[in-house]
Design a protein around this ligand. Structure first.
Ligand code: URA
Length: 240
């Protein structure tokens, strides 16, 4: 088998393995082989950090986590998905019924709207975003996660941030904005604002907007959400 054939086969097996074993859909990765010197030179390891942590390890730990009440009722854990060097990491609340069934974030109605909102400013989980949630298991009846559930889960998110090193974080809705900013202010006040946060030795600008579910329920949030997105795009483009 040639190096190129090995590369294709390994890529296929790897992506299938990532997807089915731990729930991640990894869309960027480098593959290296002993007999392919050019790939060896060009291929940094991008999912594992110096301390041996990796997205796959985190997803495996999430898969067996029983640190809070949410574990008892889940069908699948939902670690998150997207590219491994994201421009933007989107943080929602927690999986809903569709996400719990599929083990993937934001795949229901709110997720379809989120994808459209992101696409409107040239962002996508397939090319430049990673999508995650504050909690990795579904809160029953789609209620907001309780503070003790968020507290039990948040270390996974911070490990993901440390590995992914997103250039920006986008919090969608009250739950993630309040938890990440350690505030009780609501999204009505926080939306459209940038705040630098410190995590994993990084300083990352965090932007807040409305949760897509809010837009589905109340059309009045569509205009301010669109203004938020344009503001985020301008900042991504270095214009503000
Ligand atoms: N709402 C969220 O906050 N996250 C999801 O993954 C789906 C819906």
């Amino acid at each position: 088998m040639t190096a190129a054939e090995k590369q294709k086969l390994s890529c296929f097996l790897d992506l299938a393995g990532d997807y089915f074993s731990c729930g991640y859909k990894i869309t960027q990765r480098d593959y290296r082989f002993e007999d392919d010197q050019s790939a060896l030179q060009a291929a940094p390891e991008i999912t594992e950090n110096d301390s041996g942590d990796s997205l796959e390890k985190i997803a495996r730990e999430i898969g067996v986590c029983a640190n809070c009440y949410l574990a008892a009722n889940r069908t699948n854990t939902v670690p998150g998905e997207g590219v491994t060097e994201p421009l933007v990491m989107v943080i929602g609340e927690g999986p809903g019924a569709d996400e719990d069934a599929q083990g993937r974030p934001f795949v229901g109605k709110a997720g379809q709207l989120l994808d459209k909102m992101l696409a409107s400013i040239s962002l996508s989980r397939n090319s430049n975003c990673f999508i995650a949630n504050m909690v990795k298991c579904r809160p029953p009846g789609n209620r907001n996660p309780y503070p003790e559930e968020t507290a039990a889960c948040v270390h996974f998110l911070h490990r993901q941030i440390k590995l992914l090193k997103p250039k920006f974080i986008l919090c969608a809705g009250n739950v993630s904005a309040q938890a990440m900013l350690n505030t009780t202010e609501r999204v009505g006040k926080l939306h459209g604002t940038f705040t630098d946060i410190e995590t994993g030795g990084l300083t990352i600008p965090l932007f807040v907007t409305y949760h897509p579910s809010a837009l589905l329920h109340s059309a009045e949030y569509k205009r301010p959400a669109w203004e938020d997105l344009k503001r985020l795009r301008a900042r991504l483009d270095g214009q503000s």
